[in-house]
Design a protein around this ligand. Structure first.
Ligand code: DAH
Length: 339
């Protein structure tokens, strides 16, 4: 009997199972009521008295070995099941880290929201543009310095095709396909050949505004911009218009807002002047209307253009312009509460 038990002990070591069902079959075969171990137990009374101790111990050894083997096989099945669970592509991955809107998108959306409430609709145009829409139709003289290689990215071997340097090109795109009344804002990316630093980048974002109709006045422009400034920076914000020059507007102005950091008292941001510049604007030059198929004897218009990064800087005090395009999640996470 000892030999029989010993060969069973060897057999148990080699047992294998493919799944939980097979483990259960093995358990019944060895440990079940009519199983191998119980059979041996019933043979046990035939063992001579002087060998009972020795055989009894071997039998217990077998019982334990089978039990341990079954447990080990069960454990193995569980681990396999875990592997399966890891592969379940429908499982929710925890913890779920939500993305956030980019600060420039937040500011752009806010600008769009304010002007939509004032009746402006959205327009867009291509970033790779022709000279006509970026410069000529906007009343830039052929030798205007803005066409210079210093500022403009030209498409190789196509001196007439450029990366737009401003969203004013969309003004032309809109006017050539639509007669007044026109009331649009055009958000978009623009490109300039600048050395990248904390204060300048080779691309940035603008929002252009254009209103063309009969009897449009500078007062209308001023009122819309004042409303915008107050909505964007708070109800106490003041605006100031300084005479300026742009080829596409006459008269032209640059608009400052009272510094939103110091409230106009003077600080680093406003260089102690109490004012910060946020946009350019003016009455659409009649040449621009005519060049784009709109009768300048009948219609007038105003236009404005602002930098989204500039507005975002004022709202969030981002010191380095490069942060906006590096996609560092530590920076982007700072805007979670603004989302
Ligand atoms: N295009 C100008 C720029 O890129 C901004 C601008 C100024 C747009 C005055 C306008 C405007 O529509 O009227 O600096």
């Amino acid at each position: 009997m000892i030999e029989k038990i010993e060969s069973l002990l060897e057999e148990v070591k080699t047992l294998l199972a493919a799944d939980a069902k097979e483990v259960e079959t093995l358990r019944i075969r060895y440990l079940g009521k009519k199983g191998v171990v119980n059979d041996l137990m019933s043979e046990f009374h035939n063992v001579p008295a002087d060998r009972k101790r020795e055989v009894g111990m071997k039998l217990n050894e077998l019982k334990t070995a089978v039990q341990e083997k079954i447990n080990a096989l069960r454990q193995e099945m569980l681990t396999h099941e875990d592997d399966h669970l890891d592969l379940d592509l429908t499982r929710t991955p925890y913890p779920v880290k939500l993305g956030t809107r980019h600060p420039l998108s937040l500011v752009k959306n806010e600008i769009i929201d304010i002007f939509s409430r004032l009746g402006f609709s959205l327009a867009s145009g291509p970033e790779v543009e022709d000279d006509w829409h970026v410069f000529s139709s906007m009343n830039f003289a052929p030798d205007h310095p803005a066409r210079d290689m210093q500022d403009t990215f030209f498409v190789e071997q196509h001196p007439d095709i450029v990366l737009r340097t401003h969203t004013s090109s969309v003004q032309s795109r809109v006017m050539e396909r639509q007669q007044p009344p026109i009331r649009v804002i055009c958000p978009g990316r623009v490109y300039r050949n600048e050395v990248i630093s904390a204060r300048a980048h080779c691309f940035f974002h603008q929002v252009e505004g254009l209103y063309v109709d009969e009897d449009v006045s500078f007062t209308d422009l001023k009122q819309v911009l004042l409303t915008f400034a107050r909505e964007m920076f708070g109800p106490d914000t003041k605006i100031r218009l300084r005479p300026s020059y742009f080829p596409f507007t006459e008269p032209s102005a640059e608009m400052d807002i009272s510094c939103n950091i110091c409230g106009g008292k003077g600080c680093n941001l406003c260089k102690n002047t109490g004012w910060v510049e946020i946009l350019g604007c003016g009455m659409v030059d009649p040449n621009v209307l005519d060049a784009n198929g709109i009768d300048s004897t009948k219609y007038k218009g105003y236009a404005f253009g602002m930098g989204v990064e500039r507005i975002a800087n004022l709202k969030y005090q981002v010191k380095d312009l490069r942060m906006f395009s590096e996609n560092d999640v530590r920076f982007l996470d700072e805007f979670i509460s603004a989302n």
